[in-house]
Design a protein around this ligand. Structure first.
Ligand code: HEM
Length: 378
């Protein structure tokens, strides 16, 4: 979505991610983290090889639980998991389609190119079913399905500034739910993978994270809380630094809506021009980060470092990732449960990092992470 339609939808979606809402949703994230440990215990073959896939399955299950609610004993048994994993598996065909869509929305409309058409019916059907069920249930579950019901009860969405109105139909809300999967799963998995990759080759930092996690669990008698996750300062620094080194999304894109001149360098930009910000390069630029390839969580000891103009793993400005707070909480909760029970070793194949040929994501191709159970906790 662009322009006024995007603005109105963004206004409707932003309140989902307030601290108060996330705190209520925390029980879903906590359960997802615990279910991940059980899943790994029951599938020991996942411990040694294809770590990214296991982590992505976890993110898909966890986002599925936050969208559709906890509908089965384990979030890994959800009927949505398999379809969602299949929908977002990149193939040669899907890569070609999304390249055309990125390069020319006009051409993709002319050629009637659609990315996920075969999953439309399933998703809209699932969202419709859940919304209808919830309308008759008492009590709040604090997931996206609850929010959909509330949005529909509040009636037409209106933008006072532009006068634009939109009906929160099942189809529109299903589209949003689907977008949460498509925008959320792989970047969250890449964030966890990048963090474990660095911890797996820096045992000193890994040890510090383990100590922070263990002492939190011990102080809380084994029960994690929203506040305790927010208070883990060292983990926060480690995550910030690994998102610097491995920003899941390598560049940001914008389209100019009027002729302008960039203040730096006096560069003219015509209306309609697409402009890209090279996030990965900025994060690795020695002008901004001395010894940029060194993993040093202390760089983020101050909040100012997180707010700097060049640090943008979640983007910048009006289009900043709407799921950022949710994602950070989800990623940290997953990491905490995981690292309470496992330690990691990073395995590089060769001396130089090679990257996957991917549309948007930055993902190393020749790295894997071994998951090793920590005996005292399993
Ligand atoms: C660590 C995980 C994540 C990372 C690194 C990430 C990163 C990003 C980035 C870089 C953008 C583009 C921002 C820009 O252009 O300025 C974006 C947009 C977006 N993200 Fe995320 N994201 C993550 C997780 C999530 C999750 C879990 C959700 C959903 C619950 C989500 C929903 C979205 C949406 C809806 C947009 C489009 C926002 C808009 O255009 O208004 N993201 N994300």
């Amino acid at each position: 979505m662009n322009g006024n339609r995007w603005k109105l939808m963004r206004q409707a979606m932003t309140p989902i991610f307030t601290s108060a809402k996330l705190k209520k949703m925390f029980y879903i994230m906590d359960k997802s983290g615990k279910d991940f440990i059980t899943y790994l215990k029951n599938n020991p073959e996942k411990l040694n090889g294809k770590a990214f896939d296991s982590i992505a399955t976890f993110c898909c299950a966890a986002i599925g639980a936050a969208v559709f609610g906890v509908v089965s004993d384990s979030v890994f048994d959800s009927p949505f998991l398999d379809v969602a994993r299949r929908a977002f598996r990149a193939t040669f065909k899907s890569n070609i389609k999304s390249t055309v869509m990125n390069l020319s929305p006009w051409l993709s409309r002319k050629l009637k190119i659609k990315l996920f058409s075969e999953y439309e019916e399933f998703f809209i059907g699932a969202v419709k079913k859940i919304i209808r069920q919830r309308e008759h249930e008492s009590g709040q579950k604090h997931d996206f399905a609850d929010i959909c019901v509330n949005l529909q009860r509040s009636g037409t969405l209106k933008d006072r500034e532009t006068g634009l109105e939109m009906e929160p139909t099942d189809e529109l809300l299903a589209g949003q739910a689907f977008f949460f999967f498509s925008a959320g799963v792989d970047p969250s998995a890449a964030a966890i993978f990048g963090c474990l990759l660095e911890l797996g080759r820096h045992p000193d930092h890994l040890e510090k994270v383990h100590v922070e996690i263990d002492s939190t669990f011990e102080a809380l008698n084994g029960k994690l809380t929203y506040e305790s996750v927010m208070d883990m300062g060292y983990l926060e620094m480690v995550l910030c630094e690994s998102l610097r080194l491995w920003p899941p999304i390598g560049f940001l894109g914008r389209q100019c809506v009027e002729d302008t001149v960039l203040p730096v360098g006096n560069i003219k930009i015509e209306k309609g021009t697409k402009v890209f910000a090279a996030v990965y390069e900025l994060h690795h630029d020695p002008k901004h980060y001395p010894d940029p390839e060194v993993f040093d969580p202390e760089r983020f000891a101050s909040e100012a470092a997180r707010d700097s103009g060049v640090y943008m793993p979640f983007g910048k400005g009006n289009r900043l990732c709407v799921g950022m707070r949710f994602a950070r909480l989800q990623v940290k909760t997953g990491l905490i449960h995981f690292l309470r029970n496992f330690t990691v070793e990073t395995k590089f194949d060769g001396d130089v990092v090679q990257f996957r040929k991917d549309q948007i994501q930055v993902r190393p191709a020749n790295v894997d992470i071994k998951f090793i159970p920590r005996k005292k906790h399993l």
